[in-house]
Structures are given as C-alpha cells and as structure tokens.
Design a protein around this ligand. Sequence first.
Ligand SMILES: NC(=O)c1ccc[n+]([C@@H]2O[C@H](COP(=O)([O-])OP(=O)(O)OC[C@H]3O[C@@H](n4cnc5c(N)ncnc54)[C@H](O)[C@@H]3O)[C@@H](O)[C@H]2O)c1
Ligand SMILES: [Zn+2]
Ligand SMILES: [Zn+2]
Length: 381
Amino acid sequence: MKAMVYHGPNDVRYESKPDPDLHHPDDVILRITCSAICGSDIHLYHGFVPDTRVGHTFGHEFTGIVEEAGPGVRHLARGDRVVVPFNISCGTCFYCERDLFGMCENSNPNSEIASGVFGYSHTTGGYDGGQAEYVRVPFADVGPFKIPEDMEDEDVLLLSDVFPTGYQAAEMGGIEEGDTVVVFGCGPVGLLAQKSALLMGAGRVIAVDGVPYRLDFARVYNGAETVDFRDHADPVRHLKELTDGRGPDVVIDAVGLEADGSPMHDFLGRLLKLEAGAATVIEWAIHTVRKGGTVVLIGVYGPPWNLVPIGTAMNKGLTFRMAQCNTRRYMPHLLEHIREGRVDARGIISHRMPLSEVASAYRMFGERTDECRKVVMYPSH
Ligand SMILES: NC(=O)c1ccc[n+]([C@@H]2O[C@H](COP(=O)([O-])OP(=O)(O)OC[C@H]3O[C@@H](n4cnc5c(N)ncnc54)[C@H](O)[C@@H]3O)[C@@H](O)[C@H]2O)c1
Ligand SMILES: [Zn+2]
Ligand SMILES: [Zn+2]
C-alpha cells in the first residue's frame, strides 16, 4: 500500500510499504477513506516525541471501511463505515471500565505514560497510523464508532480527536453559567474548546493566539473575543485588565509544548530540550487565572519537569485538570451536537488534498501557511 512514512524531523514521504494484516482475532483492517493531520502530529514531525522511528506511519484521526475483520470481532463486519478514536483502548481494564479510555493499561507496554495511540511513535505502542491506504485497528469492538448513513465522513471525522478533546477540556474546566473562560490556542483543539465552553454556559470566551488568520476564524466560528499575544508586551496583564483585574474563572491551554511567545522557554525547552518543550502557556495560564480558578492543560507536554511557577499555583489555590482525551466516551453525545447542527465540526477543515501530497500538507499545517486550519487527506486506492 501507499502511506505517509517518517524519515526524520521535517522529513515525511509518500511511499510504498507492506499492507497491514490481522495480528489478533479482535483486529480489523480498515480501508481508509480520509485522514487528518493533527497539531500532535506536528510535535512528532518536529522530532519532539521520543522513540519516533524511521518507517513509522502517523495519523490518529481517520475514517474508513472495514476490509477484513478478525474472527473475534462481534460488532463490526466487512463494509461497515467507522470513525476511530485516536486512543487504542481494550475496553476491559481498570481504566476502560471507568470510561477513562485514554488511560487504558492494556494497549501500550509503556502504559504509565499513555495508552496506545495510532501513529504516535513507539512511546505509545508503535502502532502504525491512518495516513495510509489501510490501517490495522486493534480491539475493534471497543473504539470504532459506526457512522450513521445520513452523515458523511467529514461530518464526523473530528470526533476521532479534536472535538472530544476540546469538549473534555471545557468539561474539566467545571464551567458554570456565566463564567469567563480564556482559551490559549486557536488551532482545531482550541476552537472546539471555545465552542464547547459556550455550549456549557460560559458568559465570555476570550481566545488567544499569535496568528491573525486563526484569531479571525475564532471570531467568526465562535463569536469569541480575541487577543493577539504578539500585540502585548505582557499578555497576562492585558488579559487581567480585560477581566476586572482579577482574571478569568477558567483558563485552557490548547497550545502545548511548541508554544511561541517566550524566548526563555523557547531556548530551554525547544532548543536545549532541558524542559519538555516550551512551558510558556502553562506559566501564562497560572498567572492569568483568578485566585481559586481552574487551569486545564489539554496541549501536549513531554514527561520531564517543566520550569513552571508551581509555588504561585499553590498560593493561589488553583485546581489543575489535565488529561489525554477519553475520546470514545464523548462520541455518541457529540455526534448529536453535529447532527442537530449545533456544532459544524466539518467547518474547521480548511484544506483537502490527496495523500500523495502528504509532505506539503505537513509543511503547510506545521508552518501555518495558506491560512491552514486543518488538512484532510484522501488516499487514491
Ligand atoms: N490531550 C489530548 O488528548 C490532545 C488531543 C489532541 C491534541 N492535543 C494537543 O493540543 C494542542 C493543540 O492542537 P491543535 O491541533 O489545535 O494544534 P495547532 O498547532 O493547530 O494549534 C496550536 C495554536 O497555538 C497557537 N499558539 C502558539 N503559541 C501560543 C501562545 N503562547 N499563546 C496562544 N496561542 C499560541 C498557534 O499559533 C496555533 O494556532 C497540541 O499540543 C496537541 O498536541 C492534545
Ligand atoms: Zn489529534
Ligand atoms: Zn483498557
């Protein structure tokens, strides 16, 4: 088959590799119908994720049609059309039984760090991802979600990750009616966290980014107030001024380890790699939020310690919530939001390309050129 193949930082190619096959009776093989590139893939692409091996295929946001089902699979059959959560979850372990699918302890030998994830290095199990013509899906009765006949692949594609992730971020914020919520990041995750905060009753949503076209879209898509952090020498002070001097009730970090805006964190985290990426937004979030408020981290960081003002957080009595998304748990509910027209998840998608152009798709999304928000790639088969 043809697939995206990793060769090293900033070097991904469209190449032939062997078709996947069934490893276990509970696997299915999916013929991919479309797959997206995520901000998390850009961390891999830039070489920030340990044990990303040459030959690995990325891609954890995809839809497909069952080509072959193992003999143990009960709920799926050849021809079924599904959207698949990015986490690989067994369905029966301690965590899966509690709907904490992102913490599954049976799908990754390194499960203390994370569950298995499609196309996300050997740190999360080494499973090849869906930026390919075919993919192997383990525990196929657990994750894959059948797409209703009246819905198209693109309508539900973002249920594989960024919509549940944005929604869980807002949920972890414990938003109460009328709350003020600041969301750092206007990528797909940030946009859907903003949307979800409004669905949950937020009175004000202030969206922060440093890329003007993304801020413009946050205004159009969510009616958010926006702040370009590049316009302010001290973005924290500006955000406090906008929120009665006290700060917002909830701050969500939807940026993660490649944050811009602090030469110190850039140098220590991204260049020297002495901390797990640039901890800029964690620091800004702690200082911005009001006392007694909640900070939610949904942006991805590596495991090592970050230079974050933890003493300030303690003195302010903050609540921290953070997690990998428990994607599967939210899919049925969020599907209804899409179906009822309350959320146009498809509207986030800005570019559609053939999978053969995967190298330029990564460049464009990674460098945020051509007003790119989300790229969906179609294999030619
Ligand atoms: N926890 C999870 O389950 C989960 C799932 C999906 C994605 N993620 C993570 O969420 C993050 C966002 O993903 P995405 O797909 O939206 O990525 P993205 O790269 O499209 O968006 C990140 C945005 O942050 C902006 N930004 C950079 N520095 C900033 C700063 N200092 N303040 C405000 N904005 C800043 C960028 O301009 C960009 O628009 C990534 O870290 C990704 O890995 C986590
Ligand atoms: Zn993703
Ligand atoms: Zn499990």
